[in-house]
Design a protein around this ligand. Structure first.
Ligand code: COA
Length: 257
């Protein structure tokens, strides 16, 4: 697929997708199609171990393309199951995805970031679910994911008033893994991604699965899943290599086997 709204590149073992759809990066249907295609391509590429999503130099994403909404009705949204495919694409991706967020991350932009496994925020980042101001509500996970990330009280207030949250508040509330100066966002996000690519890929995959399942499973089932995945990693060559490297005081050479 030829991309017109995103820029896709490979940096070492990291697949980088940068939204490039104008000043505010509204999430048009075409942009989302391109994003899904790029994610599936990276997911299928054995040389890629982590995926990063950036906005442009000033804005991550101002949300769904409101202008497209003007001509759309219930039949369009329901019959096309709008955002269903995107929600599943993120759920099905087994490689870690990191969002590097600067500027606006509003509506679908905030949801896009939260569909990733981790958010690194620049100081300029502003998160919000302002759909209420349009007489709407989130459709790409906002009401569920923001509530799980920052708790009911703050999530309810943000959704019902449309207020935005600064990077610092998002950090304190647990929405983002860290806040960095804007000038360092790309470097700092890539540093986290590169660090992940140095780890044993099967362990990375298992940890991502266990943590994401923690949001869905009762504790007892989550603990069992974790224990079984922990047991399963004892069948990997990378576990032998990692333990042996520790004992021999050398860097492990993981192979993904
Ligand atoms: N979809 C489509 N177009 C959008 C958009 C969106 N999500 N957000 C902004 N735009 C358009 C504006 O309509 C405007 O278009 P115009 O130049 O043809 O008039 C242009 O982008 C610039 O927006 P403007 O509001 O003038 O810029 P700003 O810097 O004053 O404010 C925002 C930026 C992002 C705070 C503001 O545009 C905004 O609140 N956007 C809506 C965010 C939102 O509700 N997202 C959830 C959608 S479900």
């Amino acid at each position: 697929m030829a991309y017109e709204n995103i820029i896709v590149e490979t940096r070492g073992k990291v697949g980088v997708i940068s939204l490039s759809a104008g000043k505010l990066n509204p999430l048009s249907k075409q942009l989302l199609r391109e994003l899904m295609d790029a994610m599936k391509t990276f997911e299928a590429d054995d040389n890629i171990l982590c995926i990063v999503i950036f906005g442009n130099d000033e804005v991550f994403c101002a949300g769904a393309n409101i202008k497209e909404f003007a001509s759309e009705n219930f039949v369009d949204m329901f019959s096309q199951n709008r955002f269903g495919e995107e929600t599943e694409a993120f759920r099905n991706c087994r490689k870690p995805i990191i969002a590097g967020v600067n500027g606006y991350a509003l509506g679908g932009g905030c949801e896009l970031a939260m569909n990733c496994d981790m958010i690194v925020a620049a100081e300029s980042a502003q998160f919000g679910q302002p759909e209420i101001l349009l007489g709407l509500m989130p459709g790409l996970g906002g009401s569920q994911r923001l509530t799980r990330a920052i708790g009911k009280a703050k999530s309810m207030e943000m959704h019902l008033t449309g207020r935005r949250m600064s990077a610092r508040e998002a950090d304190q509330a647990g929405l983002v893994s860290k806040v960095v100066p804007d000038a360092d966002l790309k470097e700092e996000t890539m540093a986290v991604a590169n660090k992940i690519t140095e780890q044993a890929p099967l362990a990375v995959m298992a940890i991502k699965e266990a943590i994401n399942q923690s949001e869905e499973l009762p504790l007892r089932e989550g603990l069992l899943l974790e224990r079984r995945l922990f047991h399963a990693l004892f069948a990997t060559e990378d576990k032998n290599e990692g333990v042996q490297a520790f004992i021999e005081k050398r860097k492990a050479n993981f192979t993904g086997k």
